[in-house]
Design a protein around this ligand. Structure first.
Ligand SMILES: O=P(O)(O)OP(=O)(O)OP(=O)(O)OC[C@H]1O[C@@H](n2cnc3c(O)ncnc32)[C@H](O)[C@@H]1O
Ligand SMILES: [Mg+2]
Length: 198
């Protein structure tokens, strides 16, 4: 089945840039919520990344009758029992700047070193079809919370996410490199394979 068009139900421009680069070669037109002229109203009140991704995609699928994809993602810090996790966007309040959120996470890890700073980004992608079919995929990227903010690329928590294997911060990676390694890159490539197999 050739997909002509889909809506990617996010209000996050950083996600949208990464999505376009990875799903671009499906050859389908990909509209953001803004481009489709729709506002998301559903509350992200699921208990898992997958549930929240489905909530976001399903709401917009029901509003538009189109194939709709959505992303729910976040940062899990092991020393903080997985916080902020599914609450990553709401951590310290929606309106709080990422500079402040990032500084706060660094402060909460004071005295911890090496593996004690382990963390991962998680991304779930959902696809909701007008006929009721639902697909979900998940990807993760392992790393550590750094000691400072670094890099001008990416968004959100990227400036404090250190990748020991590459000895750099996620915020220092060019878009293409981040997509090769990231939670979102992995989840989107799995979704792309499933869509291509339809
Ligand atoms: O719900 P939508 O409209 O898609 O946009 P959002 O920004 O609210 O997205 P989420 O609800 O999925 O929350 C994701 C949170 O995790 C953070 N996050 C997710 N992926 C990230 C990445 O690749 N780099 C840095 N931070 C990321 C992001 O900044 C948010 O705080
Ligand atoms: Mg959100």
């Amino acid at each position: 089945m050739k997909i002509e068009k889909m809506i990617f139900a996010t209000g996050n421009e950083g996600k949208m840039r990464e999505v376009r680069m990875i799903l671009g070669d499906l050859g389908a037109e990909i509209l953001s919520l803004k481009e489709a002229g729709i506002q998301a109203e559903a509350e992200e009140n699921g208990t898992t990344f997958e549930e929240n991704a489905v909530i976001k995609a399903k709401e917009i699928m029901e509003k538009t009758g189109a194939l709709v994809l959505a992303d729910d993602s976040g940062l899990e810090v092991d020393a903080l029992n997985g916080e902020p996790g599914i609450y990553s966007a709401r951590y310290m309040g929606h309106e709080t700047s990422y500079h402040i959120k990032n500084k706060n996470l660094i402060e909460r890890l004071e005295g911890k070193t090496g593996e004690e700073r382990s963390a991962r980004f998680v991304c779930a992608i959902a696809a909701c079809f007008p006929d009721g079919r639902v697909l979900t995929t998940r990807g993760t990227m392992e790393g550590q919370i750094g000691y400072e903010e670094k890099g001008e690329n990416g968004f959100g928590y990227d400036p404090i996410f250190y990748l020991p294997e590459y000895q750099c911060y996620s915020g220092e990676l060019p878009l293409e490199e981040k997509n090769k390694l990231s939670h979102r890159g992995k989840a989107l490539r799995l979704m792309k394979e499933q869509l291509e197999a339809l």
